[in-house]
Design a protein. Structure first.
Length: 243
């Protein structure tokens, strides 16, 4: 069933059900966040190139998970020089280095981050309604913990999953499904709120409803093309959307 509405109509229509759990993206959804996506991908690709990976088909337009997947494919096929394989020991060590590169960009972005207007109040209101709240983000544990502590989000959310606790990034549904399993909530009893196309895709892949908010890196028209179940323009509209 398609619950998609324009951001204007979202003030009139609601979800038609009370979710047991609301899962949130963090960057761009709850906080203003200017992450240098393309630059971070270039840095990952350059590091892989220096370590002997064949990265000629990867570009800054390649999604982060796809960069990791391409490197893993080479590693698994054994096409990486043996000295490099010996120096890392396992592909998990390679992933840790790539994650460290992302950490650097995330720490830099979080220095200027601030909560979106109404984000804390929205979390507080949903918590008072006895709804389980979680954050599922592609960002790393260390930078995420720093911003959650700084802005006071931890008093309202009971679960935070970062890329360090997951094997795959969104749009893979792993993080969303893991959160629901921890909460013991069925998919039809949850929604995922995010500001990006990959958030919409992740919710769809997990089989849960998506609420896109156009206060992040994507415009309303870009988000609408990817058919979220609902589309809002500001995070505080969420409390009106949930009955």
């Amino acid at each position: 069933m398609d619950f998609h509405r324009s951001s204007e109509k979202s003030r009139t229509f609601n979800l038609q059900f009370r979710p047991s759990a609301v899962l949130f993206d963090l960057d761009g959804t709850l906080v203003e966040f200017k992450f240098k996506v393309r630059e971070s991908r270039r840095a990952m690709i350059e590091w892989l190139r220096q370590k002997g990976f064949k990265v000629q088909n990867l570009t800054e337009a390649t999604r982060t998970q796809e960069i990791i997947d391409a490197a893993y494919k080479e590693w698994k096929e054994g096409s990486i020089d043996s000295p490099i394989r010996r120096s890392f020991g396992s592909f998990e060590a390679v992933k840790a280095e790539l994650s460290s590169i992302l950490d650097q960009f995330e720490f830099a972005a979080f220095q200027d981050a601030r909560p979106h207007t109404g984000s804390l109040e929205t979390l507080k209101e949903l918590r008072q309604r006895k709804i389980e709240l979680a954050i599922v983000t592609n960002s790393g544990r260390r930078p995420v913990d720093s911003v959650l502590k700084k802005f006071g989000f931890l008093q309202f959310v009971s679960l935070v999953l970062t890329r360090n606790e997951l094997s795959r990034l969104k749009p893979d549904p792993e993080g969303l499904i893991k959160a629901l399993n921890i909460f013991k909530v069925r998919r039809e009893g949850a929604v995922f709120v995010g500001d990006s196309i990959i958030d919409i895709e992740a919710a769809r892949n997990a089989g849960i409803r998506s609420i896109a908010v156009s206060c992040g890196m994507y415009s309303e028209s870009e988000l609408k093309k990817n058919h979220p179940d609902f589309l809002i323009s500001k995070i505080e509209e969420l409390v009106k959307l949930i009955p």
